[in-house]
Design a protein around this ligand. Sequence first.
Ligand code: PMP
Length: 349
Amino acid sequence: MSFFRPEILAMDGYTPGEQPQAGKFIKLNTNENPYPPPPGIRRAIEEVLDKGLQRYPDPMANAFRTRAAELYKLPSKDWVLCGNGSDDILTICTRAFVGQGELLRLPYPSYILYKSLAQIQGAQSQEVKFNADWSLPASFGDPAAALKLVFLPNPNSPTGTMISREAILELAERLPCPLIVDEAYADFAEFNCIDLVQQNEKIMVSRTLSKAYGLAGLRFGFLLAQPQMVEQLIKVKDSYNCDAFAIGAATAAIHDEAWQADNRRKIIATRAKLVAGLEQLGFTVIPSQANFVWCNHQKHEARPLYEQLKAQKVLIRYMNYAGWRDGLRISVGTDEQTDVLLALIGSLL
Ligand code: PMP
C-alpha cells in the first residue's frame, strides 16, 4: 500500500547530470559556462544583503522583466515571466496547459525532463523522432485532439542541431496548442525565435541564465510570451518563485551585453577547436550550434571512454537513448580544459 499517485510510482524520475561536490574535476558534463559570470552581479548581491532579507522578494521580479523587455525588444514587461531556472518555466507551462490523460509532444532524442513533467501531470507524452538530417517530420505538427503542449529545444539537446524559424512558424500555424521553443542554448546559435513570439501567441520562448550567463548556480530562467498568456501562467507559478539574490543578480547580468558578446565569442571559438580536435582523433561529431557537442568514436565504445575520463577527473556525459544510440555529449570548456580533454582522449585510445 502506497500513499503515492500511481503515475508517480510508475515513473523513473528525471536524474540530472552528475554534480560532484568534492574532488577537482574538469567538468564538461552539464553544459555550464566555464567562465565566471558578469562581474556586476557581486554588487547586486551585496545590495540585496544590505537591504535585508526579512521581506519577501518582488513576486513578479519586475526589475528583471523590465530590462528583459528592453533587451529583447518586446513591447513591455508584461511579455516576460520569470522562473527559478528555466526548468521552473517548463514546469509552470506543463501544469498550466496539460491535464490528466492529455497529450504533450516532444522530439526524440531531446531534453529528458519534458517526459517526466508529463508523467507528473498524469499526461501522455508522444516522442516524435527527428529525421536523419535533424529536421522534423511533418507529423510533428499534426493537430491531435488531446494535444495540449509541444516542447521544442532549439538548439536541441543532446545534438546541438536547430530547426529553422520558418519551420517553427509553420509548426505553430498547424498546431492546436502552444509551442514552447526552449532556447536554453540559443545564445550560442546563429539565430533565435524571440521576435516570432509577437507573430503568433502559440509561440513561447523559454530562456535561462544558466548557460550563456554563467549562472547555473543562481537558478534563473524566463519565458517570453504574449501578455494574455503570461497573465494566466502567473496564476500557476509559486508566489515567490525567484529569490531576492536571483532577481538582483540576474537583472545585473543581462545588463552586461559586452560580457555576453565576449563570452559567446570565446565559447564559439573553443567549440570549433573541440570539434576539430575530436574529428582528428577519429570521432564523428554532429555540427552543433550550442555550447556542447554530441560525438561517437568510429572504433571505440562510448561508455568505457566516459568511465576512463572520469577516473582521470574529466567529467563528460555518457547518454544512451533507446531506439537511437548511445554516445558522448561534451560541453565546451575553456581552451585549456579542451586541450587537457583532447590530450587525455588521445592517450586513452
Ligand atoms: N532546457 C534544456 C534543453 C536544457 O538542457 C536545460 C539544462 N539542463 C534546461 C532547459 C534547464 O536549465 P535551467 O533550469 O538551469 O535554466
